[in-house]
Design a protein. Structure first.
Length: 150
């Protein structure tokens, strides 16, 4: 199920956390896209984000930010980095309410994923490590065929 589930990762600007999650999920063999609830479309991923995902085989060299309103199609699952982003997605796309979750809660953990924007490489590496941990747990959950919120 991991390879067939289309996930949309969402953060604020779509230059750090959500593209990192997208790149890491793809490196794990999954299908993914990303967007931001307040993205400035066309911006490349933050350079430290590009470097941070390489450790796990992720690639962001060709990433360009896009806003949530540019997303066409309906993803199987929408995973946000913070509660407020989850609320914004549901507000902007109410038809996605039953498929939108906070990434940490999806895998039985809690809390928001901190935004490393403007910080040094170790801060981005810490976020990439957290995302890799969460996505590995998500991969296990999906391969067991469990429902997203179980």
């Amino acid at each position: 199920m991991v390879g067939t589930t289309q996930i949309l990762f969402v953060c604020t600007g779509n230059t750090c956390r959500s593209p990192m999650a997208e790149a890491l999920w793809r490196a794990l063999g999954g299908r993914a896209e990303s967007a931001g609830v307040s993205a400035w479309s066309g911006q490349p991923a933050a350079q430290n984000a590009v470097l941070a995902v390489q450790r796990w085989g992720g690639s962001l060299g060709h990433h360009r930010a896009r806003d949530l309103n540019e997303v066409t199609g309906v993803p199987d699952m929408v995973l946000t980095m913070t509660r407020s982003q989850r609320d914004r997605v549901i507000e902007q796309r109410p038809d996605w309410a039953n498929r939108t979750y906070l990434l940490t809660e999806m895998v039985g953990e809690s809390g928001d994923i901190s935004d490393p924007i403007g910080q040094d490489l170790p801060a981005y590496e810490a976020v990439a490590g957290q995302l890799h941990h969460l996505l590995s747990k998500l991969q296990e959950k999906l391969s067991e065929g469990l429902e997203p919120h179980s």
